[in-house]
Write a protein that binds this ligand. Sequence first.
Ligand code: ZN
Length: 241
Amino acid sequence: MSRYFCHEHPAVLSVGTRVIDARPGAALLGETPFHPGGGGQLADRGVLCWSGGEVTVVGVDASGGQLWHLLSAPVEIGGAVQAVVDPAFRDLMTQLHTGTHILNALVFQEFRGALVTGAQMNDDGTARMDFDLPDADNDRLRGPLEAAINDVIRQDLPVRYRYVPMDDAAAEPGLIRNRSVAPPPDADGLVRVVEIVGLDRQACGGTHLASTGCSRPVRILKIDNKGRHNRRVRLGLATAG
Ligand SMILES: [Zn+2]
């Protein structure tokens, strides 16, 4: 798979393009601003507008190496289309995803390389991350962790990207942070590294804020044990207003 359009142009959420393949309820486009999700991030939602009308995109299937847009109705569309990502949904995922990086970085530093064993972002503004953490005091962790995350948000640290060869990424301790899901390398063998400047670097294919200050404050909702070596941290974005 070549690089995602949304990696190259993260601010472009509407693209005029053409349908290059279709079946009832699904469409493959020449170009797409949709992020397919992965690593716990939900696929973008939005709409496709074509001469026959408009249909909601409810998900993206990237399993075959192409981005198939999954539609809310069993229509088979063709020709020119405008592909439009729902900006509020993208922003929600991007804030949550950036928040999980900050959480992940702080836990990684505090607990000497504790790895992520799972992550899931939800459309209600919450997310969870599971860490391989054998001995942590959940109640004592919660307050300081929440304060530390919000301190990073207040510092408004910039977020940057670069592409490195997969072998180099694999050789750098901590760069591949997720024990179960490492992002796939591009067709050119490069893997995308996301840096929150001054805080953290890790390989990731998701969407991220331009700087940490673009996030609403984050709350740690709960920390609990899921097995002897697993701590589940639930976080949520503070509601607006
Ligand atoms: Zn990420």
